[in-house]
Design a protein around this ligand. Structure first.
Ligand SMILES: Cc1cc2nc3c(=O)[nH]c(=O)nc-3n(C[C@H](O)[C@H](O)[C@H](O)COP(=O)(O)OP(=O)(O)OC[C@H]3O[C@@H](n4cnc5c(N)ncnc54)[C@H](O)[C@@H]3O)c2cc1C
Ligand code: HEM
Length: 398
């Protein structure tokens, strides 16, 4: 428990934090990577270059300072960050390093405001938060380890199948090299790969959503080639059948938990369909009796991954409906066989079908796409508890 004086001092630094904004976390990361370059093998450096991780950390630090007297407000964020951390195998001793650089950053950026009392209050506040993370992360590590087929830390997997799913998306079937079982996961969760190879400047952690229901034997992920992307190009061009890679246990706080009476609407743009595929697979395997809607948007037939699979499932399940939008169909792409509507996804066009009592909506895709989905559904009066989304990168509020 933090004392009231510490809480008061930390809250008094909110205007200071706001005026520094992401310069605070950019400075923090610069000094941390300078003094602890080994952490370059832990962090996703592309998220540093694009500024998305400094922005995510700044949002978390500011939210903590603002709500330090009301920690319940922070619990969802703490849960998400703890899951993210376990994907990078973050260890308790690393909290000391991060804490040191955070306090030094405050000292360096605001030498006048950073009185010994302020630094002391922030040290206590940081320590309390670090303790919460360390405790929750240890619980998650233990949960992963204790599951049937579970493990802790890195485990060697082998590529059992590499399959082209579209012009830009390749899926990989991964099984443990030790021949053992693999832990179940909740549909929507992701797998963490730790890639290392002489061709890569640093070891790279990357997350990939599991794209089929759990089966106890192997995992399937699907990777989109990103222009200039370090890991995705490596996976597409270099990773071959029989190759080994290091995998951390499934994680993530984005998952589907619905009762049998709940209609489910799965909405995706491009490769954002991967977590939705695991959800769909699970619902169909369980014989989910309520309606299931599959809404997907992509460029055209060449970019439309898993097209046949969805078409076959639709024929086999009377309660599965699908609606697909193509932005720039090729001449050979023909409605209704290949797609249903031209242009960007327009949810109002299917409102009568998907605005259902008690439905839960899961969505994933580029940020502007998800913002559109959230705004439209919220505009229809759907409660935020029924909306669930995943960001393929450092978290951002929509
Ligand atoms: C929870 C979660 C689930 C995910 N699931 C999937 C999934 O199922 N399938 C999937 O394909 N991906 C998924 N991702 C994304 C995935 O983890 C990787 O981020 C993605 O594959 C890109 O990695 P990369 O190494 O190829 O690209 P990076 O090298 O990380 O680059 C990413 C992008 O940033 C750009 N960039 C890099 N450096 C700079 C710079 N200096 N300035 C400007 N731009 C720059 C690159 O050009 C590229 O377009 C998921 C991410 C998360 C967090
Ligand atoms: C109290 C201390 C900490 C806070 C408030 C914090 C906050 C965050 C936040 C907000 C994210 C983004 C989460 C998301 O995208 O959902 C994140 C990711 C991450 N954190 Fe922490 N963190 C802390 C400590 C640490 C420590 C000690 C380490 C270990 C070195 C660490 C390593 C990472 C890594 C590697 C990521 C992923 C980065 C990426 O995807 O680019 N964090 N953290």
């Amino acid at each position: 428990m933090l004392d009231s004086r510490t809480i008061e001092i930390v809250k008094s630094t909110v205007p200071l934090l706001e005026s520094a904004n992401t310069a605070l976390t950019e400075h923090f990361y610069q000094r941390m990577f300078r003094d602890n370059p080994e952490l370059k093998d832990v962090f996703n450096l592309s998220h540093q270059k694009t500024g998305r991780q400094p922005a995510a950390l700044f949002a978390a630090v500011l939210a903590y300072a603002k709500n330090i007297d009301n920690p319940a407000v922070l619990s969802a964020a703490v849960e998400r960050i703890a899951h993210k951390h376990t994907g990078f195998a973050i260890q308790p001793d690393q909290y000391t390093i991060v804490g040191h650089h955070l306090l030094e950053t405050i000292r360096e950026l605001a030498p006048d405001a950073a009185t010994p009392e302020v630094i002391d209050a922030w040290a206590r506040a940081y320590g309390a938060l670090a303790e919460i993370f360390i405790g929750r992360e240890e619980q998650l590590y233990q949960q992963s380890e204790q599951k049937d087929g579970g493990w802790r830390g890195h485990r060697t997997f082998v590529v059992k199948e590499k399959r082209v799913e579209s012009e830009q998306i390749v899926s990989f079937l991964l099984a443990p090299a030790d021949g053992g079982a693999v832990a179940d996961y909740l549909p929507g969760q992701y797998l963490n790969l730790h890639l290392s190879n002489p061709e890569l400047e640093h070891r790279e952690y990357r997350q990939y959503s599991l794209c089929q229901a759990p089966n106890g034997r192997e995992y399937r992920i699907a990777v989109k080639r990103e222009p200039g992307g370090v890991a995705s190009n490596f996976m597409h061009d270099r990773m071959q059948l029989g190759d080994q890679l290091q995998v951390l246990p499934p994680a993530g706080d984005f998952f589907m938990e619905v009762g049998t009476e709940t209609p489910v609407v799965l909405i995706s743009g491009g490769v954002g369909q991967t977590p939705m595929r695991a959800m769909l697979d699970q619902l169909l395997k369980q014989g989910h009796p309520a309606d299931i809607h599959w809404l997907h948007a992509c460029d055209n037939g060449a970019q439309h991954a898993f097209k046949q699979d969805i078409q076959q499932r639709r024929q086999a399940h009377a309660n599965l409906y699908s609606h697909v939008w193509y932005r720039t169909p090729a001449e050979t792409d023909l409605p209704p066989e290949d797609y249903d509507a031209l242009g960007l996804m327009e949810l109002n066009a299917v409102k009568d079908r998907i605005h259902l009592d008690g439905a839960h909506y899961y969505f994933c895709g580029p940020l502007p796409f998800m913002a559109m989905v959230k705004d439209t559904l919220t505009g229809w009066g759907i409660a935020k508890e029924q909306l669930h989304y995943e960001v393929f990168g450092p978290h951002q509020q929509l």
